[in-house]
Design a protein around this ligand. Structure first.
Ligand code: ACO
Length: 401
């Protein structure tokens, strides 16, 4: 019998790191995070500046192509994305196989994976041109698929993309427009949603991005890899937290009930956690949450709306940040804490929140996937384990057991 622990000790090449808390899985030039200082840079540009001054299409270009585009490059990129927004007509038929009350993320996992069966001419991962076409297709078609998932859930007909609109404006129209009426895109809502997309575009080797890379490392086609990322993002400890956070804030309902929930989050016998709080990497305020909170104020002011849930969120944050438990454990609001408040004000049901996250994160996923495939050092991802089962033993026939 080989004692695997001994073998590991002899080779000196194995680390045991559950949750990969201190293991880098790759080299990457896309995104830098300093969790202690609360810094997030995309290709060197601070997230606050990008959210304030850039657009989602420009950030997509930056992540995919390493540099900010010139005006001509940006126009050409937008044109390219725009001409891929339509999905194959048979995909609509595919949607009708789902139950009406299917979660949009369940539909997204299936529909994006199914794209492998529709776009064979962009699944050869050894061809850089096909890889870029697949990337453009994924970025372009995600809003169409997400809007279709929403329309299907409420029993309304799908709307074809309107390519005279911006990426984000087009998504708003496909989601909230109806065929017989003209839909006017509200510029405030369009800008706020575009900013939310920027804030979600990439976040280095988080669980879903690592899943995309791991799936891609085996040579799987890009549509299958992104479907794997969507499945991983769905979990409440990851992208599903935006839905869970707003549900929690609505459940709390009034500021008087906040202490009860803070006490529950601190109680180790209670599995409850403050959703939208805490982060593996940030041990300081998540810079995306800062922009998100500011965006809530701007959207509420411009749309002249009030939602008591925002007051609950602000007071919950203040109480938590003054509580020893949260201070000691360095638990701060993350990107998901305020995003649901804005998405809800815009009119999205909570079930769509994680689908919107997936739409935006597709940009990071495809950029990371392309970076990995073009890296000459790339190998199949194959973690090892510490075996804890029985040592070798002889098989016993069933009548002798
Ligand atoms: N509420 C209460 N306690 C918390 C919270 C929270 N939200 N988050 C962490 N803690 C506590 C844990 O109980 C643990 O305490 P212990 O040391 O006494 O055991 C300690 O803080 C460290 O927590 P871990 O779970 O070990 O930290 P990890 O880095 O593995 O998890 C995570 C990070 C998953 C984000 C966690 O903070 C969490 O569950 N947060 C709530 C869900 C959430 O908002 N997820 C979104 C993350 S951002 C994103 O994916 C876009």
């Amino acid at each position: 019998v080989v004692d695997i622990r001994k073998l590991y000790a002899q080779t000196g090449r194995f680390t045991y790191d559950p949750g990969f808390t201190s293991t880098a899985s790759c080299e990457s030039g896309l995104t830098y995070i300093d969790g202690g200082e609360g810094v997030l840079l995309h290709r060197g540009y601070p997230i606050g500046q990008l959210a304030e001054q850039s657009s989602f299409m420009e950030v997509a270009y930056l992540l995919l192509n390493k540099e900010l585009p010139s005006k001509d490059e940006l126009d050409k990129f937008i044109w390219t994305i725009t001409r891929h927004t339509m999905v194959h007509e048979q995909l609509a038929t595919f949607f009708r196989g789902f139950r009406r009350d299917a979660h949009p993320m369940a539909i997204m996992c299936g529909a994006v994976g199914a794209m492998s069966a529709f776009y064979h001419d962009s699944t050869d991962i050894t061809d850089p041109h096909q890889r870029m076409v697949a990337s453009h297709r994924l970025i372009a078609k995600m809003p169409t698929l997400a809007a279709m998932a929403y329309k299907y859930s409420i029993g309304q007909p799908f709307l074809y993309p309107d390519n005279d609109l911006s990426y984000t404006g087009n998504f708003l129209r496909m989601t909230f427009g109806v065929p017989a009426e003209k839909y006017e895109v509200d510029p405030v809502v369009e800008k706020a949603l575009d900013r939310i997309f920027i804030l979600h575009a990439d976040h280095e080797q988080n669980a879903s991005t690592s899943t995309v890379r791991l799936a891609g490392s085996s040579g799987a086609n890009p549509f299958a890899c992104i479907a794997a990322g969507i499945a991983c993002l769905w979990g409440p400890a990851h992208g599903g937290a935006n839905e869970a956070a707003l549900n929690m804030l609505r459940e709390i309902g009034t500021p008087e009930r906040i202490p009860e929930y803070i006490a529950r989050a601190k109680n180790k016998d209670d599995p409850f956690r403050l959703m939208g709080f805490g982060h593996r990497v940030y041990k300081n305020y998540d810079p995306r949450a800062t922009v998100m909170q500011q965006t809530v104020r701007e959207v509420f002011k411009a749309m002249n709306v009030q939602d008591p849930v925002f007051d609950v969120a602000l007071q919950l944050e203040e109480m938590a940040l003054n509580d020893d438990y949260f201070v000691e454990k360095k638990l701060f609001p993350n990107v998901d804490f305020y995003s649901g408040v804005i998405l809800s004000a815009i009119g999205f049901p909570t079930s769509m929140f994680t689908a919107l996250f997936a739409l935006a994160r597709t940009v990071g996923w495809v950029a990371q996937w392309n970076e990995m495939i073009s890296d000459p050092a790339q190998k199949i991802g194959r973690p090892r384990q510490l075996y804890t089962g029985p040592t070798q033993r002889d098989y016993v026939p069933v009548d002798k057991r």
